[in-house]
Ligand binder design. Structure first.
Ligand SMILES: CC(C)(COP(=O)(O)OP(=O)(O)OC[C@H]1O[C@@H](n2cnc3c(N)ncnc32)[C@H](O)[C@@H]1OP(=O)(O)O)[C@@H](O)C(=O)NCCC(=O)NCCS
Length: 158
């Protein structure tokens, strides 16, 4: 994964170790969760592109958006598929195509890695983004069922 340059002086690149605090800040904003000691190990694993990745979008001032993915292995594909996990563009930079650029970058990276598909799930609070993902080529397929296995977290912050 390399640095890619986009219009308006924005570039996307894989996250580095010293991006961690800004990436965590944006994930806190997105999820309403507070950083725990477990986050760092996952972040470091994603820097090594083991089971996921973090892509940042930055302008000449700062990181203005992030997309994180997990790479999951399944027998039916004989390999990996990709799940878009966390996507957020800073309030100050919305509507400038950065969300599209970030998602397209994760699609391109997943394709290069050999993933068979890329997906995401919407929850009630993000359902309003359906049109955004449709513009990027995603189609609704079925519905998802989940069961939380750690009781200290709600599946979604209301
Ligand atoms: C969703 C989000 C990432 C979109 O990023 P963005 O940079 O503002 O969006 P873009 O400028 O790249 O939009 C690309 C296109 O999608 C459209 N679009 C953006 N948000 C949309 C929405 N919620 N519904 C329908 N279309 C949308 C834009 O109008 C644009 O269309 P165009 O190319 O025809 O002009 C951003 O609004 C965000 O960070 N939201 C808060 C966090 C969040 O909801 N994350 C996703 C969790 S599933």
């Amino acid at each position: 994964m390399a640095v890619e340059h986009h219009p308006n002086g924005v570039c996307t690149r894989p996250a580095k170790a010293d991006d961690q605090s800004r990436v965590f800040e944006l994930i806190e904003q997105l999820t309403g969760e507070v950083v725990t000691s477990d986050w760092q190990g996952v972040y470091e694993s994603h820097l090594r592109l083991e089971r996921g990745a973090v892509v940042v979008a930055e302008n000449n001032l700062s990181i203005v958006g992030i997309a994180t993915v997990s790479y999951n292995m399944t027998i039916r594909y004989g390999g990996e598929y990709c799940e878009l996990e966390e996507l957020i563009v800073d309030d100050s930079a919305r509507g400038l195509n950065l969300g599209r650029i970030l998602v397209q970058r994760t699609i391109d990276d997943a394709r290069r890695r050999g993933c068979h598909e890329i997906g995401l799930y919407l929850v009630p609070s993000t359902e309003g983004n359906r049109g955004f993902y449709e513009k990027l080529g995603f189609e609704a397929i079925g519905t998802e069922m989940r069961q939380m296995l750690k009781t200290d977290r709600a599946i979604e912050k209301k």
